[in-house]
Design a protein around this ligand. Structure first.
Ligand code: NAD
Ligand code: DAU
Length: 343
């Protein structure tokens, strides 16, 4: 099988390319990535020489270039990870989120219609459901929870999901959608909470916690997400949506303190800063459908996954130091430089 994986130079797409090329030596992974600030060829370096891996530096919104790849490579499946993925950036600059996440998705769907495909899979997010209150631990997102977005990022991802559903119903395109909770693990870009905390703590820099730090996220080790997507594209039913999550809810403060403790540093590094606009309070996935229908369960518990992740950042300092010494410094200054600290 020829499988297009878009966004493969990013965090989850990169882990997925590693996983698939290793697990299926007879399939070919065709990675399409524009190499934005979040794309990193170092993430793909360990698999670049594999015979079952090919890389195309291409924007998914570039219709001509995408059609050419379909024409030349005749893919059987597409797994679309490519996206602008950071909520904070979407609050400052929404436009690129619409261009990549919505228009890019529409180009891929058109290519699938034009050239034919066995399966188009959209990697979506639990953020399309909005948030849950902190005082109702009995509530979870199911696949039937209405879409109710908060940020330009989640609005763009929800729009893409609606397009996928429209192409599925109107044109009969065989599509699936997965909506996953927060991932963590190797190759996670340092702008996101867990790698930001690890890299700041290792550099004895303050750790910025938005607001009170009571917001809750449902953390899943990235390999478990990859295993779930692989199951969905092979055994999932076209037209269906699958939620992915491991019932692993933590407040941001719990996560931050866990990392600081594991690295043997002081909690004095924690600095509460002004809150993210529109900050979602709690995400919590009900993964019963993927468990009951496809037998998926997460394999890596948080205490194990976070240790592995921290060890990876200790063993791969060059990977993240190369990022944070570059353009990232401007981003960091813009995002945190003038941010109000709160007590
Ligand atoms: P990331 O930001 O680490 O990587 C995104 C990748 O997409 C980068 O390699 C980037 O170069 C590429 N890209 C961006 N615009 C592109 C374009 N126009 N054409 C081609 N490539 C482009 O993101 P991530 O955290 O790995 O997330 C991957 C996907 O998973 C996204 O669709 C995201 O919405 C979804 N998701 C992420 C999480 C999470 O916790 N990170 C959870 C659920 C779902
Ligand atoms: O739920 C899935 C989503 O998870 C994905 O769709 C997104 O692509 C991914 O970025 C992630 O979104 P979040 O906004 O939840 O992740 P982030 O790592 O940016 O933030 C996690 C929590 O930590 C959130 O409540 C905001 C808070 N935070 C984040 C940063 C970067 C801080 O308190 N301080 C920070 O410096």
């Amino acid at each position: 099988m020829n499988i297009i994986v878009t966004g493969g130079a990013g965090f989850i797409g990169g882990n997925f390319c590693h996983y698939m090329t290793e697990k299926y030596p007879d399939d070919v992974v065709l990675c399409i990535d524009k190499l934005t600030y979040a794309g990193n060829m170092e993430t793909l370096a360990p698999i670049m020489d594999r015979k079952n891996f090919k890389f195309f530096k291409t924007d998914i919104a570039d219709r001509e270039a995408v059609y050419k790849i379909f024409e030349d490579e005749k893919p059987d499946m597409v797994v679309n990870f490519a996206a602008e993925s950071h909520v904070d950036r979407s609050i400052n600059e929404p436009e690129i989120f619409l261009q990549t996440n919505v228009i890019g998705t529409s180009v891929l769907l058109d290519a699938c219609r034009k050239y034919g495909i066995k399966r188009y899979h959209q990697v979506s997010t639990d953020e399309v459901y909005g948030d849950l209150p902190l005082d109702r631990p009995d509530l979870f997102f199911t696949e039937e929870t209405p879409i109710h977005t908060s940020s330009p990022y989640s609005a763009s991802k929800a729009s893409a999901d609606l397009l996928v559903q429209a192409y599925s119903r109107t044109y009969g395109l065989p599509c699936t959608i997965s909506r996953c909770s927060n991932n963590y693990g190797p190759y996670h870009f340092p702008e996101k909470l867990i790698p930001l905390v690890i890299s700041n703590v290792l550099n004895d820099k303050p750790v910025p916690v938005y607001g009170t730090g009571e917001n809750v996220r449902d953390w899943l080790y990235v390999k478990d997400h990859c295993i779930a997507i692989d199951l969905i594209i092979r055994k999932g039913t076209a037209g269906e949506i699958y939620n992915i999550g491991g019932h692993n809810e933590k407040t941001n403060m719990e996560v931050v303190k866990t990392v600081i403790k594991a690295l043997g540093k002081s909690e004095d590094l924690i600095t509460h800063v002004s809150d993210r606009l529109g900050h979602d309070r709690r995400y919590a996935i009900d993964p019963s459908k993927i468990h009951n229908e496809l037998g998926w369960l997460p394999e890596t518990p948080f205490n194990e996954g976070i240790k592995k992740t921290i060890q990876w950042y200790l063993d791969n300092r060059e990977w993240w130091e190369n990022i944070i010494k570059g353009d990232y410094q401007n981003y960091y200054e813009k995002m945190y430089g003038n941010r109000k600290t709160i007590s």
